[in-house]
Design a protein around this ligand. Structure first.
Ligand SMILES: Cc1cc2nc3c(=O)[nH]c(=O)nc-3n(C[C@H](O)[C@H](O)[C@H](O)COP(=O)(O)O)c2cc1C
Length: 150
């Protein structure tokens, strides 16, 4: 049986929502570093039933600097919707600026990777380190002017 027939596009019950964004199904493609680029996301979408596809994790600073490798990670297409971009970084201001850039690229949702603690002081410059940021307000402040993107 073709996969699109096997996977219902909508499961009974309440739809899954991220803020105001109502997903077409509850089946989401998780971010997979090294895999979830545009061709991969489109190939999975072709199977049908996908509610949301997320990019690889994208470094906030590299995105703001316009690194070619990073811009490849956020490459998208009109049929690549709804589309989430996962960002990570160690600086709350950079994360907020990167979120605004991601929104300007047309992302449906912004995902923040908080789960990879730095293994060395060198990595702490770019890796998410919420435990190291200390007081909650320190990392929430830059988001007070945040984008409406869920
Ligand atoms: C190769 C690989 C790359 C991954 N990359 C990311 C990533 O970039 N960001 C992230 O949040 N999780 C990443 N994950 C975690 C997955 O998104 C997912 O949460 C994990 O595999 C558990 O999913 P499961 O319960 O469906 O197996 C990665 C996992 C794998 C196996």
């Amino acid at each position: 049986m073709p996969l699109e027939l096997a996977i219902p596009s909508r499961v009974p019950g309440e739809p899954l929502c991220l803020g105001d964004l109502e997903l077409p199904s509850r089946f989401c493609l998780a971010p997979l570093a090294g895999y979830t680029n545009l061709p991969f996301r489109l190939a999975v979408r072709e199977m049908g039933g996908l509610g949301l596809a997320t990019t690889d994790l994208v470094n906030a600073r590299a995105l703001l600097l316009g690194s070619a490798k990073t811009l490849d990670l956020v490459m998208t297409a009109p049929e690549d919707r709804p589309w989430a971009v996962q960002i990570y970084g160690a600086d709350p201001g950079e994360l907020a600026a990167a979120a605004r850039k991601v929104e300007s690229l047309g992302a449906s949702s912004i995902d923040i990777n908080m789960g990879c603690p730095p293994r060395s002081p060198r990595e702490a410059v770019v890796r998410p380190s919420f435990a190291m940021w200390g007081r909650r307000s320190t990392w929430f402040d830059p988001w007070s002017n945040r984008s409406p993107c869920p």
